[in-house]
Design a binder for this molecule. Structure first.
Ligand code: ADP
Length: 627
């Protein structure tokens, strides 16, 4: 019998499949099962209006049989089947030419393996693991069955065959192992097949059955000395009805918990579950989870963000990053849309309009869920914020602040007066009318900020200060600039705008003394001035506008080569006894006055958490003062 040739582009794709060294060969089973499910869908649909089909919804099934000796995997369905000409047309030419077109558009540069990875390559993907494929099929409404056979690029044959019932068998002859042990034989293992079905085809709407060995007690063996035998039973491998297709009110919390932990390998139940059913511009279902714990690799490069993407129950992609903005990358979940094609590539996804709509919608849903949590379960929200607050902050800071409007109400800052995390809305809501600014102060801990001399005046007036204990917090305040029409103002560095602030009345002698200190300290300070912020404390170091000390520390830690340095302004309480003492000896004992200046300077550095240049020299200097 004469072999028929594949169409040119099919040959090329086949060639690619056969010689594939691609590591994701395992998708072949998904492709074959999805074809079987489509074929059943068609006949099932017909059966609604055509009694002659003689099958009910519950009669449809896909079976997988493995013959380890013959090295075959057979996937059978009782779907619509194919006629002779359909066999020719469907399996002789590349059906959805998406992958081929893509390859052409990319020139020949795109690596073969990429193409296989990015596309579901349909039926031909079976050639990644088989060296010979036989298809036996009988079309609904026809008497004659047909056999299609191919060993690859040389071509294929179509001959008459026997098949009693309508449907299709795809018999894949698995390749012998190459250099790698178990390279192909693994696909003949029950366990591999079971896990591939679970992974990719769990939600195919028809049962996928497999004959599997079970060990059962021999009926005639005694109870006290039971003997066992192996019997084969049909087992359904897939769960069929996806959790996300069910109404949230009908799903138990335990079911969601179990699904989340199993599916995403998490150790604890999720903190929140968001269930979305959308119809309109795009029809889809989504099930999203906010983890209650930070996922293992979350803050590392190895963390793979993205949602699982399904098209009508068949998984297309494990980590579809396009579905979530970066600041919500901690969200786990599944999106299933019948509007998406199985053969969509990662490149095409980026421009996919439907996907963009879904992603914008999901972002809104997540924000709404977090706002609800903030309103109804404050403790829960604080826990969430402890886990993922950093991601929200990055969201506000990134993309030129494009997301600040939508995210700013989700931020929390520790409040000096409430002694707990508060929102900006709460802060602004209780601001007295006389207060001009939203005050904030940065430092390593609440205690270290609390002891900053600069915060004293505000605390005296019972004014609330937002403590930025996380490095990102200060950048946030800086980048937000305003909230609710109120400007942010650093309590540490800025002009506090207090109407009743103590005036800095410098006498001429004060001025001379300040100049003396500047001269003593030289370039180490940019300015020495009388402070309007200090009451009981003698000195503080401020940075004025621009880069702050906390930012300087941050940059020093991550990009030391930039050598970013904040301004150093030494502010002195000119009414303080320490300054008065310095002033009193300045002309009579300039050397001692110089030492006092050194002490004031180094104290100010210490309070600001800045390193002092020569700690042991400084200790000697202090000790010399009482000798
Ligand atoms: P796609 O599924 O993307 O169309 P495939 O290469 O996987 O591409 O399949 C080509 C065509 O072959 C299908 O569209 C379908 O018409 C037919 N086909 C494949 N498998 C079966 C099956 N089990 N039963 C009936 N038709 C099938």
């Amino acid at each position: 019998m004469r072999k028929k040739q594949f169409k040119a582009e099919s040959r090329r794709l086949l060639d690619l499949m056969i010689n594939s060294i691609y590591t994701h060969r395992e998708i072949f089973l998904r492709e074959i099962l999805s074809n079987a499910s489509d074929a059943i869908d068609k006949l099932c649909y017909l059966s609604l209006t055509d009694d002659k089909v003689g099958l009910n919804r519950g009669d449809f099934a896909i079976t997988i049989s493995v013959d380890k000796d013959a090295r075959t995997i057979t996937v059978s369905d009782n779907g619509i089947g194919m006629s002779e000409s359909e066999l020719e047309n469907n399996l002789g030419v590349i059906a959805s030419s998406g992958s081929y077109k893509f390859r052409r558009e990319q020139g020949e540069d795109a690596a073969d393996t990429d193409i296989i990875g990015q596309f579901g390559v349909g039926f031909y993907s079976a050639f990644m693991v088989s060296d010979h494929i036989t298809v036996v099929t009988k079309k609904y409404g026809e008497e004659q069955a047909w056999k299609w056979e191919s060993t690859g690029v040389e071509g294929y044959t179509v001959t008459e065959a026997e098949r009693e019932a309508v449907g299709t068998d795809i018999i894949m002859h698995i390749k012998p192992d190459g250099e790698e042990p178990n390279e192909f034989s693994q696909y003949l293992q029950d366990w591999t097949i079971k896990s591939l079905v679970k992974k990719y085809s769990d939600y195919i709407r028809f049962p996928i059955k497999m004959l599997l060995p079970h060990s059962v007690k021999k009926p005639d063996s005694p109870e006290d000395k039971p003997a066992y035998e192996t019997v084969y039973e049909w087992e359904t491998l897939n769960s069929m009805v996806p959790l996300w297709q069910r109404k949230k009110s009908e799903v138990k919390k335990e079911e969601y918990d179990e699904f989340f932990m199993q599916r995403f390998g998490e150790m604890a139940p999720p903190q929140s579950v968001i269930s979305v059913a959308a119809e309109g511009a795009v029809t889809y279902k989504a099930l999203l989870f906010i983890p209650s714990k930070v996922p293992n690799l979350y803050y590392t490069q190895d963390f793979k963000p993205g949602l699982q993407l399904y098209s009508a129950g068949v998984m297309i992609m494990d980590h579809c990053e396009e579905l979530l903005p970066e600041h919500f990358s901690f969200v786990r979940g599944v999106v299933d849309s019948p509007d998406l094609s199985l053969n969509i590539s990662r490149e095409l996804l980026q421009h996919d309009r439907q996907l963009k709509i879904i992603s914008a919608n999901l972002e809104k849903k997540i924000i709404a869920e977090l706002k609800k949590m903030l309103a109804d379960d404050r403790a829960g929200y604080e826990k969430f914020y402890g886990n993922f607050g950093r991601a929200l902050k990055v969201g506000v800071l990134n993309q030129y602040g494009e997301k600040r409007e939508s995210l700013q109400d989700l931020l929390l800052f520790y409040s000096s007066t409430e002694k707990k995390p508060v929102t900006l809305r709460e802060y602004v809501g209780r601001m007295p009318e006389s207060q001009k600014y939203i005050y904030y102060a940065a430092g390593d801990t609440v205690e270290s900020i609390d002891s900053l001399p600069q915060t004293e005046l505000l605390k005296d007036r019972s004014m609330e200060i937002l403590y930025c204990t996380d490095r990102a917090d200060e950048f946030l305040a800086d980048s937000l600039r305003t909230y609710g029409g109120k400007e942010f103002r650093s309590a540490v560095d800025g002009d506090l705008g207090l109407e009743d602030a103590p005036k800095t009345q410098e006498s001429d002698s004060d001025k001379e003394c300040l100049a003396f200190i500047k001269e003593t300290l030289g370039d180490r300070v940019d300015e020495v001035k009388a402070s309007g912020k200090l009451k009981t404390h003698p000195v503080c170091m401020t940075s004025g506008e621009g880069l702050t000390f906390e930012m300087e520390k941050y940059f020093k830690a991550i990009q030391p080569e930039l050598n970013m340095k904040a301004k150093r302004i030494l502010e002195i309480n000119v009414a303080h006894p320490a300054f008065l003492k310095l002033e009193s000896v300045r002309t009579t004992d300039p050397e001692l006055a110089g030492k006092y200046a050194e002490v004031l300077y180094n104290q100010a550095l210490l309070i600001a958490g800045l390193p002092i240049a020569d700690p042991s020299g400084y200790t000697d200097l202090v000790c010399s003062l009482w000798s």
